[in-house]
Design a protein around this ligand. Sequence first.
Ligand code: DC
Length: 224
Amino acid sequence: MAAASGPKPTSPIAIDGPAASGKGTLARRVAEHLGFDWLDTGLLYRAVALSVLDRGLDPIQAATILNLRTLGDPRLRDDAVAQEASRVAAIAGVRAALLAYQRGFAERPPGGRGAVLDGRDVGTVVCPGAPVKLFVTADVAIRAQRRLSELHSRGLATTYSAVLEDLQQRDARDSQRAVAPLRPAEDALVLDTSALDADQALAQAIDLIERKSGGSSGMGSANA
Ligand code: DC
């Protein structure tokens, strides 16, 4: 989709939500639509997890020396890495080590136009002053079905119940931890994607962003 013309919503845009809620796809597409840069902050925690699993590093040390070139490793998408990411993400020193990079990206996005960041604590901790915050959620059974379809499309054999259990464990760990737990910021707009496909979620998100920023970014108000 081409970058939109017209008034730009203020940057950064913070998009948080639980695993498999559709927030990553949504964040990428919102960024494309606005011509902004996108940072999937979960990749940072996954990359730390992978170096803990691969190299046996201490998680805080792994976060401190994180090489951003590893963010393209396809193994970051594995479920074992996701579970370990959820564990290392509960360590305050790991979160502290990753904070400056995320804030720098939000404040000085590489393309210079604006930034969209997605994760668990973007609206609450990384960018508490973000002018637009979305909290994307969906029923856990629907999220499990979506994740199962994605894993099957990648040729991975697994079952619905295994995927559901994995998501429930991560939801519990991510929302019950002491540091930066998953929760909507007080000023976040909640977007439930349970009954929406990716196009409908994008249209609703753009509509919410436009209303928040008082401008038009070119999607119209089809879902207003
Ligand atoms: O978004 P994701 O599934 O790729 O994230 C993997 C894990 O990383 C997730 O279970 C919790 C953690 N995470 C976090 O604690 N804070 C973030 N901003 C992003 C991810």
